[in-house]
Write a protein that binds this ligand. Sequence first.
Ligand code: ZN
Length: 356
Amino acid sequence: MKALVYDEYTTNDDFSKILKIKDIPEPKPRPNEVIFKVKAAALNYDDIWGMRGKPLAIPLPHISGTDAAGEVIEIGSDVKNIKVGDRIVSHGNMSCRICKECTAGREYDCRDRKIWGFETGPLWGGYCEVTHLPEVNVVKIPENVTYEQAAAASMTLLTSWHMLVGRAKIQPGQLVLIMGGSSGVGSYGIQIAKLFGCTVIATASPDKLDRLLELGADFAVDHRKEDWHKEVREISKHITKPFGDTLGIDVIFEHIGGSHWNKELTLLKYGATIVTTGATTGYHSQTDLRHIFFKGINILGSTQGSRAELEHGLYWMSRGKIKSIIDSEYTLEKAPEAHNKMLNGKGLFGKILIKP
Ligand SMILES: [Zn+2]
């Protein structure tokens, strides 16, 4: 079968130099595994970290791809709930399932956790024609959800769901600020906050503001402007709040970091929450501690989520309340172009797919 393989890391992000199409043997299932024909897989930034070999030296030769959806063609002898012909999508968080964190339902905090397609291998990921996963790491795709929609959702919808529902515990009537609403996590964040009856202000670069409104955001703000936070504060003054509520943002959905961080803190009302899952523009942010202690702010970190949360999110996709925004689709052969697009982010809106 065909697979997208690399045998060496890149030092200059020249993905076309290292990514090769190779013919490798089809996998056979271990007793607890399902084998599936990949119909669609979605790109994530960990693909690029893998190809760089930084910050982790991942196993070589390597097949990337954490989010893959496909049709089951074979199952191992111990598989109970999945059968041949089922439509499934990966839950790429591979945890031990027996440690204290796993059995407490916090499988994303497992110390033995590995991200499938990133830390696994050699030759074990989603960018190939046929792949394999333990039964516990796949979820059935509900009706009305296509392979493409499911693949795009897997890690990204899960991350957004866990941030807003699992960690920040959003409530109807809250005012939620979604930073970077045009990214994968941001586009789901807007839709999840609307599903929960929140009022949503979302930010993006100026060329993408209309699309935030199409996704359901009530207000869209250009975060490239130096004083974007003043605009958010002004909008928040004109939003009708539930009886007795004070002005300000209840929950900020953050994954940008850098210079935005302190401005975000100024927008939070007393007792409010900021939940963060990344730092695409920089890890080092200055924090004015007065905003934290004086206002009693909750700062929550978040990464991935549980398999059950992925199933919740997919359920609401099947009910038509959440959809994946797909930027573009590429073949395995065109993967370097796809990764370049993700890396430079120009004009990108939503997820990039690879279809073997
Ligand atoms: Zn564990």
